[in-house]
Design a protein around this ligand. Structure first.
Ligand SMILES: Cc1cc2nc3c(=O)[nH]c(=O)nc-3n(C[C@H](O)[C@H](O)[C@H](O)COP(=O)(O)OP(=O)(O)OC[C@H]3O[C@@H](n4cnc5c(N)ncnc54)[C@H](O)[C@@H]3O)c2cc1C
Length: 356
């Protein structure tokens, strides 16, 4: 049997949001790359709602780097959509339920001040034709949403057509590191690259080169529901989100759990979400699906970008936490520049912050 060896410049491990945005950056910069992905087994991106929210509701402040991230991602996703000929980016509003006079006053003052670019007027639910159980005051946020599975599937097709993806699980024992060389030995064929970038999401905790990083993984559950009354086209948020889908269903979530990191869906979590849906929506709601995923969350809530301190041709792009849709575009450019030009990284995201 003939043994084939493929040579490439950069190997990207993982095709979730991180690996997708990064490999797209390689492609648009004409850099030779090959992605390895195990068909999204355990991928957090495949269950994510894909919401993009520049506002932290609890404190009513801008989220970290909101201005830079929002302006970058808008251009990035529009260009990416045009390149792959698929529509997955939607500039939706989030309608935040305001529960007290104090919340309404705070919203109003932030809307005229530090959050003027993102917060809109306060409206009643009738303006959006929502059919809620209780009348509500709704603060409008200029936000967005990505259909993540659609984005990943369309990009994977492109990668397949170009012969730029190997659909296989990477066992770390298959990797042989050399100076300026990384070889991956599959059953009969091999892949040889000059550099490797690991984008494995939560599974990155098993990577012997990077398992020392302070991951703080969190499990999230999300439901797909169908409701017999119209819920408008925007995203409703009353502590949980209700995101209308193009097929008439609603994605609703999510939960946060740091103790149970199994991938199983549990009855208690489902009931917690269903209870909230019942309290919020006036129509009859039926459950279509329940999914769970593990978010690659980090102790200091900042992404992991950087180079392994000893294995100089091994890099990481991970730790996107709860905000992959917002962080992945901007930081995929930053890690691309670092990998190709050895430029410097923002200290807040550089994994060197843990060596000090
Ligand atoms: C319930 C829930 C709701 C969420 N909602 C949102 C939201 O609304 N907005 C938002 O921005 N974020 C949301 N997130 C967070 C979001 O999912 C993450 O930020 C993002 O998906 C992380 O992307 P990633 O590419 O780093 O990881 P992943 O999506 O996990 O991708 C990693 C990829 O690497 C592959 N892989 C790993 N190891 C190997 C290996 N050894 N060999 C081969 N392939 C491998 C995996 O199969 C996978 O395809 C949500 C998460 C959950 C769980």
């Amino acid at each position: 049997m003939a043994h084939l060896q493929k040579n490439t410049d950069v190997i990207v491990v993982g095709q979730g949001m991180a690996g997708t945005c990064l490999s797209y950056q390689f492609s648009r910069n004409n850099i030779d790359f090959t992605v390895i992905d195990n068909s999204h087994i355990r991928s957090s991106s495949m269950v994510a709602a894909g919401l993009i929210n520049p506002v932290v509701f609890k404190r009513l402040t801008k989220s970290w780097l909101a201005d830079e991230l929002m302006s970058y991602l808008h251009t990035f996703y529009l260009e990416f959509e045009a390149t792959i000929g698929t529509s997955f980016y939607d500039r939706k509003s989030i309608l935040r339920v305001l529960n007290s006079a104090e919340e309404i006053n705070r919203w109003d003052s932030k809307r005229r001040g530090s959050l003027k670019d993102y917060l809109g007027e306060i409206c009643g639910e009738n303006e959006f034709e929502l059919q809620l159980n209780k009348p509500a005051n709704l603060g409008v946020v200029k936000a967005g949403a990505i259909d993540v599975p659609a984005m990943l599937a369309a990009w994977k097709n492109r990668l397949k057509e170009a012969g730029n993806i190997i659909e296989n699980n990477l066992d770390y024992s298959m990797i042989e590191y050399g100076e300026n060389k990384v070889k991956i030995q599959f059953k009969s064929d091999s892949l040889v690259g000059k550099k490797i970038v690991f984008c494995e999401g939560a599974l990155g905790v098993n990577n012997p080169l990077f398992s020392w990083l302070p991951f703080n993984l969190s499990k999230g559950d999300i439901l797909t529901l169908r409701n017999d009354k119209y819920l408008g086209g925007e995203v409703l948020n009353n502590g949980k989100f209700f995101l209308p889908q193009s097929d008439g269903t609603i994605k609703m979530g999510s939960t946060y759990n740091w103790d149970d990191l199994s991938y199983e869906t549990k009855k208690e979590r489902r009931e917690e979400l269903q209870e909230k849906a019942k309290e919020t929506l006036s129509g009859n709601t039926i459950l279509i699906n329940h999914e769970a995923g593990i978010r690659p969350t980090v102790k200091d809530r900042r992404p992991f970008l950087g180079r392994h301190p000893i294995q100089k041709n091994a890099y990481i792009f991970n730790g996107l936490g709860t905000k992959g849709a917002m962080l992945a575009p901007y930081f995929s450019e930053e890690i691309l520049n670092f990998v190709m030009n050895e430029g410097s990284l923002d200290q807040e995201v550089d994994i060197k912050r843990f060596n000090r």
